[in-house]
Design a protein around this ligand. Structure first.
Ligand code: NAD
Length: 238
């Protein structure tokens, strides 16, 4: 990907900041974030780059977001409530930050004729899938978390914008992404615990559970290389 004007939502987050770092080598990037879980510090190495502009915007503010869409070629939509546990206490947060926010991004794009969206979805849309690795077209999709339900809802709007307004979607259903600037998930938990006490590691559950992981560089490169290809729905194979 070269010479494009790209808008990245959730740019100051874990995956977003790694994505921006890669994209700014050959493109101009507008990084949008409300800094709710992300940090400007994650962007410090390229904040001054001529290929980067940071905008502190809440993507649910459609009118403000529209102003950033002029001349944009494609949008990587990564902003979300990515903290699955937060939704148990506040059952509305996933709806607001994942469904409503995605609709706002789609509307802002539509208003300026920006048609290509790359979306970081999640394997949790499947719920307890009986087949692992799970093929893209496994069903029925029965999420077991509000997070999974809201990402499925967001995907549904992305695909309906595709059929109604000619949007070109690429939806990546990632599982556990790990790597530099990571803040949540089992590995970040292990690191935080070991920093407090390097002699003991408390593992939740019975210790026999298995998880799939993908390194953040593979996640970022996958989105950059595969977007716009095939039918627009991708499950990483671990
Ligand atoms: N990390 C993983 O293992 C994983 C796995 C599957 C999918 N994903 C998805 O990838 C994306 C990035 O995840 P992450 O791990 O980097 O999480 P993160 O929390 O580090 O990044 C999310 C970013 O979005 C920003 N944000 C949240 N709400 C916003 C809003 N309304 N307006 C503007 N900015 C907002 C946050 O401040 C943060 O910088 C998310 O969509 C997440 O659901 C992550």
């Amino acid at each position: 990907m070269k010479g494009k004007k790209i808008l990245v939502t959730g740019a100051a987050g874990f995956i977003g900041s790694n994505l921006v770092e890669s994209l700014i080598k050959d493109n101009f990037v507008i990084g949008v974030d409300n800094l709710s879980s992300g940090k400007k510090e994650n962007l410090r190495d390229f904040l001054e780059s001529k290929n980067f502009a940071f905008k502190k915007i809440d993507v649910k503010d459609t009118d403000l977001l529209k102003k950033e869409m002029d001349g944009v070629d494609l949008v990587f939509h990564l902003s979300a409530n990515a903290d699955v546990r937060k939704g148990y206490g506040d059952s509305g947060v996933d709806f607001r930050e994942n469904v409503q926010a995605t609709l706002s991004v789609l509307e802002a794009m539509r208003s300026k004729d920006v048609r290509e969206i790359i979306f970081s979805s999640t394997s949790t849309v499947y719920g307890n899938a009986a087949i692992i690795p799970t093929p893209e077209f496994y069903g029925p999709l029965m999420p077991i978390s509000h997070y999974g339900a809201s990402k499925l809802g967001a995907e549904a709007f992305i695909f309906s914008f595709s059929s109604n307004y000619g949007f070109k979607p690429s939806v990546f259903r990632f599982a556990n992404v790990v790597g530099r600037r990571g803040t949540h998930g089992a590995i970040a938990d292990f690191i935080a615990k070991l920093k407090k006490d390097r002699t003991t590691l408390d593992v939740l559950g019975d210790g026999t559970q298995k998880k799939s992981y993908i390194y953040v560089d593979d996640c970022v490169n996958g989105m950059i290389l595969l977007h716009g290809k095939e039918d627009g729905l991708f499950n990483p194979r671990y």
